[in-house]
Design a protein around this ligand. Structure first.
Ligand SMILES: C[S@@+](CC[C@H](N)C(=O)[O-])C[C@H]1O[C@@H](n2cnc3c(N)ncnc32)[C@H](O)[C@@H]1O
Length: 359
Protein backbone atom coordinates (compact mmCIF):
# COMPACT_ATOMS: atom_id res chain seq x y z
CA UNK A 1 0.00 0.00 0.00
CA UNK A 2 1.43 3.36 -0.94
CA UNK A 3 0.59 6.56 0.89
CA UNK A 4 0.08 10.11 -0.03
CA UNK A 5 0.34 10.04 -3.83
CA UNK A 6 -3.20 10.50 -4.57
CA UNK A 7 -3.47 6.95 -3.45
CA UNK A 8 -5.83 6.57 -0.58
CA UNK A 9 -5.04 4.27 2.27
CA UNK A 10 -8.65 4.31 3.33
CA UNK A 11 -7.98 2.08 6.33
CA UNK A 12 -5.85 4.29 8.48
CA UNK A 13 -6.84 7.65 6.99
CA UNK A 14 -10.48 6.93 7.75
CA UNK A 15 -9.38 5.88 11.25
CA UNK A 16 -7.40 9.15 11.60
CA UNK A 17 -10.40 11.20 10.44
CA UNK A 18 -12.57 9.31 12.93
CA UNK A 19 -10.07 10.04 15.72
CA UNK A 20 -9.88 13.69 14.65
CA UNK A 21 -13.65 13.90 14.51
CA UNK A 22 -13.82 12.45 18.02
CA UNK A 23 -11.43 14.99 19.52
CA UNK A 24 -13.01 17.81 17.54
CA UNK A 25 -16.13 17.36 19.76
CA UNK A 26 -14.57 16.70 23.13
CA UNK A 27 -15.82 18.57 26.18
CA UNK A 28 -15.28 18.35 29.90
CA UNK A 29 -18.21 18.39 32.34
CA UNK A 30 -17.84 20.57 35.44
CA UNK A 31 -20.13 22.12 38.04
CA UNK A 32 -21.67 25.37 36.71
CA UNK A 33 -20.18 27.71 39.41
CA UNK A 34 -16.67 26.52 38.39
CA UNK A 35 -17.11 27.47 34.70
CA UNK A 36 -15.02 30.67 34.77
CA UNK A 37 -12.11 29.24 36.75
CA UNK A 38 -12.14 26.03 34.65
CA UNK A 39 -12.02 28.01 31.38
CA UNK A 40 -9.06 29.98 32.82
CA UNK A 41 -7.30 26.73 33.80
CA UNK A 42 -8.00 25.04 30.43
CA UNK A 43 -6.73 28.13 28.63
CA UNK A 44 -3.60 28.02 30.80
CA UNK A 45 -3.16 24.34 29.84
CA UNK A 46 -3.80 25.26 26.16
CA UNK A 47 -6.69 22.84 25.61
CA UNK A 48 -9.72 25.17 25.79
CA UNK A 49 -11.64 25.29 22.46
CA UNK A 50 -13.10 28.80 22.08
CA UNK A 51 -14.68 27.87 18.76
CA UNK A 52 -17.46 25.93 20.44
CA UNK A 53 -19.97 27.08 23.03
CA UNK A 54 -20.08 26.11 26.67
CA UNK A 55 -23.36 24.25 26.95
CA UNK A 56 -25.59 23.10 29.79
CA UNK A 57 -25.01 19.40 30.44
CA UNK A 58 -27.32 18.52 33.31
CA UNK A 59 -29.11 20.18 36.24
CA UNK A 60 -25.97 21.74 37.68
CA UNK A 61 -23.27 20.94 35.17
CA UNK A 62 -21.94 22.44 31.94
CA UNK A 63 -19.88 20.99 29.08
CA UNK A 64 -16.80 23.10 28.35
CA UNK A 65 -15.28 22.40 24.89
CA UNK A 66 -11.66 21.20 24.76
CA UNK A 67 -9.26 20.30 21.99
CA UNK A 68 -7.78 17.45 24.07
CA UNK A 69 -8.37 15.82 27.48
CA UNK A 70 -6.89 18.13 30.16
CA UNK A 71 -4.10 16.79 32.36
CA UNK A 72 -4.17 19.22 35.26
CA UNK A 73 -7.80 20.37 35.52
CA UNK A 74 -10.14 18.41 37.74
CA UNK A 75 -13.34 17.52 35.83
CA UNK A 76 -16.40 15.37 36.43
CA UNK A 77 -16.03 13.65 33.09
CA UNK A 78 -14.97 13.92 29.46
CA UNK A 79 -17.78 13.71 26.92
CA UNK A 80 -18.57 14.04 23.26
CA UNK A 81 -20.24 17.43 22.92
CA UNK A 82 -22.75 17.78 20.14
CA UNK A 83 -24.02 21.07 18.70
CA UNK A 84 -22.96 23.47 16.02
CA UNK A 85 -19.87 25.68 15.79
CA UNK A 86 -19.97 28.64 18.10
CA UNK A 87 -21.18 31.92 16.74
CA UNK A 88 -18.26 33.97 17.97
CA UNK A 89 -19.85 37.36 18.45
CA UNK A 90 -22.99 39.08 19.65
CA UNK A 91 -23.39 40.45 16.12
CA UNK A 92 -23.34 36.87 14.73
CA UNK A 93 -26.18 35.90 17.06
CA UNK A 94 -28.20 39.05 16.36
CA UNK A 95 -27.70 38.69 12.60
CA UNK A 96 -29.08 35.19 12.98
CA UNK A 97 -32.14 36.92 14.52
CA UNK A 98 -32.48 39.14 11.46
CA UNK A 99 -30.86 42.33 12.76
CA UNK A 100 -29.83 44.81 10.07
CA UNK A 101 -26.42 46.50 10.01
CA UNK A 102 -27.97 49.76 11.26
CA UNK A 103 -29.58 47.94 14.17
CA UNK A 104 -26.30 46.17 14.91
CA UNK A 105 -24.60 49.56 15.20
CA UNK A 106 -26.87 50.23 18.20
CA UNK A 107 -26.14 46.90 19.87
CA UNK A 108 -24.03 46.94 23.07
CA UNK A 109 -20.29 46.72 22.39
CA UNK A 110 -19.31 45.60 25.88
CA UNK A 111 -20.78 43.55 28.71
CA UNK A 112 -19.43 41.46 31.59
CA UNK A 113 -20.11 37.95 32.85
CA UNK A 114 -20.28 38.10 36.64
CA UNK A 115 -20.69 34.54 37.90
CA UNK A 116 -23.83 33.24 36.15
CA UNK A 117 -25.13 36.71 35.28
CA UNK A 118 -24.39 38.85 32.22
CA UNK A 119 -24.33 42.58 33.06
CA UNK A 120 -24.92 44.84 30.05
CA UNK A 121 -25.65 48.54 29.49
CA UNK A 122 -28.33 48.51 26.81
CA UNK A 123 -27.98 52.08 25.52
CA UNK A 124 -30.40 52.52 22.59
CA UNK A 125 -30.36 48.93 21.36
CA UNK A 126 -33.70 48.39 19.52
CA UNK A 127 -34.81 44.99 20.96
CA UNK A 128 -33.18 44.45 24.39
CA UNK A 129 -34.86 41.08 24.95
CA UNK A 130 -33.24 39.68 21.77
CA UNK A 131 -29.88 41.07 22.90
CA UNK A 132 -30.41 39.27 26.19
CA UNK A 133 -31.21 35.96 24.51
CA UNK A 134 -28.22 36.33 22.20
CA UNK A 135 -25.92 37.00 25.18
CA UNK A 136 -27.23 33.86 26.88
CA UNK A 137 -26.50 31.88 23.70
CA UNK A 138 -23.00 33.38 23.63
CA UNK A 139 -22.30 32.62 27.30
CA UNK A 140 -23.45 29.11 28.14
CA UNK A 141 -22.21 29.57 31.71
CA UNK A 142 -24.76 32.33 32.34
CA UNK A 143 -28.47 31.92 33.11
CA UNK A 144 -29.59 35.54 33.54
CA UNK A 145 -28.99 38.82 31.69
CA UNK A 146 -29.33 42.11 33.57
CA UNK A 147 -29.55 45.54 31.95
CA UNK A 148 -27.56 48.07 34.02
CA UNK A 149 -29.27 51.41 34.52
CA UNK A 150 -26.79 53.13 36.84
CA UNK A 151 -25.69 53.13 40.49
CA UNK A 152 -26.88 55.71 43.01
CA UNK A 153 -27.01 56.81 46.65
CA UNK A 154 -24.54 56.53 49.54
CA UNK A 155 -25.04 52.78 49.50
CA UNK A 156 -24.17 52.72 45.75
CA UNK A 157 -27.24 50.64 44.94
CA UNK A 158 -27.64 49.42 41.36
CA UNK A 159 -30.69 49.95 39.18
CA UNK A 160 -31.03 46.85 37.01
CA UNK A 161 -33.65 45.04 34.93
CA UNK A 162 -33.82 41.34 34.07
CA UNK A 163 -34.04 41.12 30.29
CA UNK A 164 -33.45 37.42 29.65
CA UNK A 165 -33.01 34.07 31.35
CA UNK A 166 -34.06 32.68 34.73
CA UNK A 167 -33.90 36.03 36.51
CA UNK A 168 -31.72 34.70 39.34
CA UNK A 169 -29.59 37.74 40.23
CA UNK A 170 -27.75 36.09 43.12
CA UNK A 171 -24.48 34.48 42.10
CA UNK A 172 -20.86 33.75 42.97
CA UNK A 173 -18.17 35.42 40.87
CA UNK A 174 -14.62 34.05 40.92
CA UNK A 175 -11.76 36.38 40.06
CA UNK A 176 -8.10 35.42 40.44
CA UNK A 177 -9.10 32.81 43.01
CA UNK A 178 -11.20 35.22 45.06
CA UNK A 179 -14.87 34.30 45.36
CA UNK A 180 -17.45 37.08 45.55
CA UNK A 181 -20.99 36.06 46.48
CA UNK A 182 -23.47 38.86 45.74
CA UNK A 183 -26.93 39.75 44.48
CA UNK A 184 -26.45 41.99 41.44
CA UNK A 185 -29.93 43.45 41.93
CA UNK A 186 -29.00 44.55 45.47
CA UNK A 187 -25.33 45.52 45.49
CA UNK A 188 -23.02 47.07 42.91
CA UNK A 189 -20.24 45.24 41.11
CA UNK A 190 -17.87 47.12 38.83
CA UNK A 191 -16.24 44.82 36.23
CA UNK A 192 -13.95 47.73 35.31
CA UNK A 193 -12.30 47.64 38.75
CA UNK A 194 -10.96 44.10 38.22
CA UNK A 195 -7.30 45.12 37.81
CA UNK A 196 -7.53 47.35 40.88
CA UNK A 197 -9.01 44.52 42.97
CA UNK A 198 -6.16 42.26 41.92
CA UNK A 199 -3.59 45.01 42.54
CA UNK A 200 -4.75 45.46 46.13
CA UNK A 201 -3.92 41.80 46.70
CA UNK A 202 -0.45 42.42 45.29
CA UNK A 203 0.46 45.64 47.17
CA UNK A 204 -0.14 44.31 50.70
CA UNK A 205 2.39 42.27 52.69
CA UNK A 206 1.39 39.46 55.08
CA UNK A 207 0.70 40.98 58.49
CA UNK A 208 -0.09 44.45 57.09
CA UNK A 209 -2.87 46.05 59.15
CA UNK A 210 -5.35 47.65 56.78
CA UNK A 211 -8.48 49.77 57.21
CA UNK A 212 -10.92 49.40 54.28
CA UNK A 213 -13.28 52.35 54.86
CA UNK A 214 -15.79 51.49 52.09
CA UNK A 215 -15.59 47.70 51.96
CA UNK A 216 -18.83 46.80 50.16
CA UNK A 217 -19.01 43.01 49.68
CA UNK A 218 -15.21 42.83 50.11
CA UNK A 219 -14.04 44.02 46.69
CA UNK A 220 -10.57 44.95 48.03
CA UNK A 221 -10.76 43.39 51.51
CA UNK A 222 -10.90 39.82 50.19
CA UNK A 223 -7.85 39.91 47.88
CA UNK A 224 -5.87 41.73 50.59
CA UNK A 225 -6.84 39.23 53.32
CA UNK A 226 -6.13 36.32 50.96
CA UNK A 227 -2.63 37.82 50.66
CA UNK A 228 -2.24 37.69 54.43
CA UNK A 229 -3.20 41.22 55.48
CA UNK A 230 -5.30 41.85 58.62
CA UNK A 231 -8.21 43.97 57.45
CA UNK A 232 -10.64 46.12 59.39
CA UNK A 233 -13.49 46.24 56.86
CA UNK A 234 -16.24 48.80 57.34
CA UNK A 235 -19.50 48.86 55.39
CA UNK A 236 -22.71 50.71 56.25
CA UNK A 237 -25.07 49.10 53.71
CA UNK A 238 -26.69 46.12 55.54
CA UNK A 239 -27.05 44.01 52.39
CA UNK A 240 -23.46 44.59 51.27
CA UNK A 241 -22.31 43.93 54.85
CA UNK A 242 -24.12 40.57 54.90
CA UNK A 243 -22.24 39.51 51.75
CA UNK A 244 -18.98 40.86 53.18
CA UNK A 245 -19.29 38.54 56.19
CA UNK A 246 -20.36 35.59 54.01
CA UNK A 247 -17.46 36.22 51.62
CA UNK A 248 -14.84 36.28 54.37
CA UNK A 249 -15.98 32.78 55.35
CA UNK A 250 -16.31 31.64 51.75
CA UNK A 251 -12.66 32.64 51.11
CA UNK A 252 -11.42 31.26 54.42
CA UNK A 253 -10.21 34.66 55.66
CA UNK A 254 -12.70 35.29 58.47
CA UNK A 255 -9.77 35.01 60.91
CA UNK A 256 -8.05 37.96 59.20
CA UNK A 257 -11.03 40.28 58.62
CA UNK A 258 -12.76 42.32 61.33
CA UNK A 259 -16.07 43.44 59.74
CA UNK A 260 -17.95 46.48 61.06
CA UNK A 261 -21.43 47.38 59.93
CA UNK A 262 -21.08 51.11 60.61
CA UNK A 263 -20.15 54.50 59.27
CA UNK A 264 -16.37 54.38 58.86
CA UNK A 265 -16.03 57.75 60.62
CA UNK A 266 -17.59 56.30 63.77
CA UNK A 267 -15.18 53.34 63.72
CA UNK A 268 -12.21 55.71 63.48
CA UNK A 269 -13.63 58.08 66.13
CA UNK A 270 -14.23 55.17 68.50
CA UNK A 271 -10.61 54.10 68.10
CA UNK A 272 -9.25 51.13 66.16
CA UNK A 273 -8.21 48.03 68.13
CA UNK A 274 -4.47 47.65 67.90
CA UNK A 275 -3.93 51.35 67.14
CA UNK A 276 -3.17 53.15 63.87
CA UNK A 277 -2.92 51.01 60.74
CA UNK A 278 -0.26 50.55 58.02
CA UNK A 279 -2.66 51.15 55.13
CA UNK A 280 -6.03 52.81 54.47
CA UNK A 281 -8.11 51.93 51.38
CA UNK A 282 -10.72 54.48 50.26
CA UNK A 283 -12.66 52.88 47.38
CA UNK A 284 -15.36 55.56 47.19
CA UNK A 285 -15.75 58.47 44.77
CA UNK A 286 -16.30 60.97 47.58
CA UNK A 287 -13.36 59.58 49.57
CA UNK A 288 -11.62 62.99 49.78
CA UNK A 289 -14.39 64.12 52.14
CA UNK A 290 -13.24 61.41 54.60
CA UNK A 291 -9.50 62.15 54.47
CA UNK A 292 -9.40 63.60 57.99
CA UNK A 293 -10.66 60.30 59.40
CA UNK A 294 -8.42 58.27 57.08
CA UNK A 295 -5.30 60.12 58.28
CA UNK A 296 -6.41 59.88 61.91
CA UNK A 297 -6.39 56.07 61.50
CA UNK A 298 -3.08 55.92 59.60
CA UNK A 299 0.26 55.31 61.34
CA UNK A 300 3.17 57.65 60.47
CA UNK A 301 4.75 56.33 57.26
CA UNK A 302 1.55 54.44 56.38
CA UNK A 303 -0.01 54.33 52.91
CA UNK A 304 -3.38 55.65 51.74
CA UNK A 305 -5.11 54.59 48.50
CA UNK A 306 -7.61 57.31 47.63
CA UNK A 307 -10.12 56.90 44.77
CA UNK A 308 -12.10 59.61 43.05
CA UNK A 309 -13.80 60.51 39.80
CA UNK A 310 -11.86 63.35 38.20
CA UNK A 311 -12.54 65.54 35.16
CA UNK A 312 -9.89 64.71 32.54
CA UNK A 313 -8.20 68.14 32.80
CA UNK A 314 -7.71 67.78 36.57
CA UNK A 315 -6.15 64.29 36.46
CA UNK A 316 -4.06 63.72 38.81
CA UNK A 317 -3.44 67.18 40.31
CA UNK A 318 -6.85 67.51 42.03
CA UNK A 319 -6.74 64.28 44.07
CA UNK A 320 -3.07 64.98 44.94
CA UNK A 321 -3.90 68.55 46.06
CA UNK A 322 -6.76 67.22 48.20
CA UNK A 323 -4.43 64.68 49.83
CA UNK A 324 -1.70 67.25 50.48
CA UNK A 325 -4.24 69.72 51.93
CA UNK A 326 -5.68 67.12 54.30
CA UNK A 327 -2.18 66.04 55.39
CA UNK A 328 -1.11 69.65 55.97
CA UNK A 329 -4.29 70.14 58.02
CA UNK A 330 -3.10 67.23 60.19
CA UNK A 331 0.46 68.57 60.38
CA UNK A 332 1.72 65.74 58.18
CA UNK A 333 3.25 65.49 54.70
CA UNK A 334 2.66 63.32 51.66
CA UNK A 335 5.05 61.32 49.51
CA UNK A 336 3.39 60.35 46.23
CA UNK A 337 3.86 56.61 45.50
CA UNK A 338 1.63 55.96 42.48
CA UNK A 339 -1.22 57.38 40.38
CA UNK A 340 -3.52 55.19 38.26
CA UNK A 341 -6.47 55.46 35.90
CA UNK A 342 -8.82 52.67 37.03
CA UNK A 343 -11.38 53.14 34.26
CA UNK A 344 -13.33 55.69 32.26
CA UNK A 345 -16.24 56.82 34.47
CA UNK A 346 -18.29 58.93 32.03
CA UNK A 347 -17.75 61.41 29.21
CA UNK A 348 -14.59 63.39 30.11
CA UNK A 349 -14.43 61.94 33.65
CA UNK A 350 -11.96 59.29 34.86
CA UNK A 351 -12.03 57.01 37.90
CA UNK A 352 -8.54 57.37 39.36
CA UNK A 353 -6.64 56.19 42.43
CA UNK A 354 -3.68 57.86 44.13
CA UNK A 355 -1.30 55.97 46.44
CA UNK A 356 0.63 58.06 48.93
CA UNK A 357 2.81 57.54 51.98
CA UNK A 358 1.91 59.95 54.78
CA UNK A 359 4.65 60.73 57.26
C1 LIG B 1 -18.48 52.33 45.63
S1 LIG B 1 -18.73 51.13 46.80
C2 LIG B 1 -17.28 50.31 46.85
C3 LIG B 1 -16.82 49.97 45.52
C4 LIG B 1 -15.52 49.26 45.54
N1 LIG B 1 -14.45 50.10 45.98
C5 LIG B 1 -15.22 48.69 44.18
O1 LIG B 1 -14.08 48.73 43.81
O2 LIG B 1 -16.06 48.18 43.50
C6 LIG B 1 -18.70 52.07 48.23
C7 LIG B 1 -19.27 51.34 49.41
O3 LIG B 1 -19.08 52.19 50.54
C8 LIG B 1 -20.22 52.14 51.38
N2 LIG B 1 -20.21 53.39 52.14
C9 LIG B 1 -20.56 54.63 51.71
N3 LIG B 1 -20.39 55.54 52.71
C10 LIG B 1 -19.90 54.84 53.78
C11 LIG B 1 -19.50 55.21 55.11
N4 LIG B 1 -19.56 56.48 55.51
N5 LIG B 1 -19.05 54.24 55.93
C12 LIG B 1 -18.98 52.95 55.52
N6 LIG B 1 -19.35 52.52 54.26
C13 LIG B 1 -19.78 53.47 53.42
C14 LIG B 1 -21.39 52.00 50.41
O4 LIG B 1 -22.49 51.41 51.05
C15 LIG B 1 -20.77 51.10 49.31
O5 LIG B 1 -21.01 49.73 49.56
Amino acid sequence: MSEGEGGTDDGTEAADDKADEATRHLAVVVAKPRTESVIDALEAEGVYDPDRSVESWDADGVAVPVTAPPETVEVRGIVQQVGERRLRSLADHLRQRGWTDDELDAAPSSWAVVGSVVLVAMGDAPRPREVGEALLALHGEADTVLARNGISGVHREPSVEVIAGEGDTETVHTEHGTEYALDLAEVMFSPGNKAERVRMGDVVAPGDRVLDMFAGIGYFTLPMARAGAEVIAVECNPTAFRYLVENTMRNGVDGLVEPYRADCREVVDTGIDGGPVDRVVMGYYEAWEYLDHALAALAPGGTVHMHETTPEHLVFERPIERLEAAAAEAGRSVELLDTRRVKSHSEGVVHVVVDARVT
